[in-house]
Ligand binder design. Structure first.
Ligand SMILES: Cc1cc2nc3c(=O)[nH]c(=O)nc-3n(C[C@H](O)[C@H](O)[C@H](O)COP(=O)(O)OP(=O)(O)OC[C@H]3O[C@@H](n4cnc5c(N)ncnc54)[C@H](O)[C@@H]3O)c2cc1C
Ligand code: FES
Length: 388
């Protein structure tokens, strides 16, 4: 066979002949591998399991309206994860199969189990179930570990600023534990906004870390007016950042907390001149009060019931609930993972009708062009027809 242009160019390079030889050997070996079967698949499967089979091995009450649920693998093995990632836990409550993502709060160096920390949520559904009903020995399935809210050494500065609110502390706990346990070369400042000291998850552990490790600083900022509290007060904002973290412009900033806090902190950082590429935000699920989001149709209260037609079935859906929830209530299964508009797994095609798309939905251009939407972030504002 004659030489290709690529071969000719490679041949002119120093060591080019060796590279060409490597390519020839690789081609030969890969041919052989193909005939051997799916060895690559067999190796990849345990690292990216389609379904995790988990059992509750311990429950620890934090005494702060939140519990740590320790989940072990029923097959004695759990895939590795990166600190900051989450699992999407499936539940069946009163006949409704649904799921919720939870950040893994344990360290990735601990491979025997994953711990999630579930906080009580106003008008909660799955969180109430996990906090009040679940016991040691209960079995669950989950998908993940997933998510991009993590430290990426190629892009991110070694200096980090963590801005946490409420239960949004959980991914930071995993990141902090990993860095400190492994003595990684990172410098972290954590500002944690909470109502009061009693509500601050892991406050004592974080305080102890700050005393023991000079490269980890921690400040709790409380918003309630509490007599006797001598620490930081108010809502976590730009003034706290400039005063407590004067080198904030050298840091990669990570935000995780309730949606209002996420958006507020992002604006504060932008006002301080932190470029967008230095700000990482975790998504914390569907919007609680979608009727209050900018662009919501003024004539709708959110309590309206519309019809969603899927194939030959028509089901009822509340305007203020994502279409995904209506499908789950009706027992219609949709692939799902982040429930925050990021992973695309829940995409459906909108054939007819109108939906309100909540902000934060990361729709691919092609999906947008062909009428796909993410059902976890799409709210029916008329009768609609969709294709799964
Ligand atoms: C990446 C990520 C990580 C997260 N990490 C954590 C964490 O570490 N800790 C934590 O506490 N939270 C975490 N969350 C939030 C968590 O996923 C849940 O949203 C939270 O626990 C509250 O769940 P909930 O079901 O109680 O309430 P919501 O998620 O607010 O759900 C309530 C909704 O459930 C639906 N619902 C109510 N009743 C029914 C019914 N009978 N049938 C069907 N649907 C019904 C309704 O739409 C209602 O509005 C995370 C979220 C994300 C996206
Ligand atoms: S579940 Fe990830 S985009 Fe909807």
């Amino acid at each position: 066979m004659g030489k290709t242009l690529k071969d000719t160019l490679l041949g002119t390079l120093v060591h080019g002949e060796e590279v060409l030889e490597d390519i020839r050997v690789l081609r030969k070996v890969s041919q052989d591998k193909i005939t051997e079967g799916n060895e690559a698949d067999a190796r990849i499967a345990p690292l990216h399991a389609k379904v995790l089979h988990l059992v509750v091995s311990a429950i620890i009450d934090t005494g702060k309206n939140a519990k740590v649920i320790r989940l072990s693998g029923t097959e004695g093995y759990l895939p590795p994860f990166e600190a900051g990632q989450y699992i999407n836990l499936f539940t069946e409550i009163d006949g409704v199969r649904t799921s919720r993502p939870y950040s893994i709060s344990s360290s990735p160096r601990q491979r025997g189990y994953y711990e999630i920390t579930v906080a009580r949520s106003a008008c909660g559904f799955v969180s109430d179930y996990l906090l009040d009903e679940v016991k040691v020995g209960d079995a669950f399935t989950a998908n993940g570990p997933a998510g991009v809210f993590r430290y990426q050494p190629v892009f991110h500065s070694k200096k980090s600023l963590f801005l946490a609110g409420g239960s949004g502390i959980t991914p930071f706990l995993s990141m902090t534990r990993e860095v400190l346990e492994a003595h990684l070369d990172r410098d972290i400042v954590l500002l944690y906004g909470c109502r009061n000291e009693q509500a601050a998850l892991y406050h004592e552990e974080l305080g102890a870390y700050a005393e023991a490790y000079p490269d980890f600083r921690y400040h709790l900022v409380i918003s309630d007016n509490v007599s006797g509290w001598t620490g930081e007060t108010g809502f976590l904002d730009g003034a706290h950042i400039t005063r407590l973290v004067p080198d904030y412009k050298e840091r990669t900033c990570y935000i995780c907390g309730p949606q209002v806090m996420n958006e507020f902190c992002q604006r504060e950082l932008e006002a301080l001149g932190v470029p967008e590429k230095r700000i990482r935000r975790e998504l914390f699920g569907a919007c609680k009060n979608i009727e209050k989001e900018a662009g919501w149709p003024a004539e709708l209260t959110g309590g309206e019931v519309f019809h969603v037609t899927v194939g030959n079935r028509t089901i009822e859906a509340l305007a203020n609930e994502p279409i995904l929830v209506a499908l789950e209530r009706a027992g219609i299964r949709v692939n799902v993972c982040c429930r925050s508009g990021e992973c695309s797994l829940c995409r459906v095609k909108l054939v007819a009708g109108k939906v309100f798309l909540s902000k934060g939905m990361m729709l691919r251009k092609a999906d947008e062009q062909y009428g796909y939407i993410h059902s976890c972030k799409a709210y029916p504002i008329s009768d609609v027809s969709i294709l799964l």
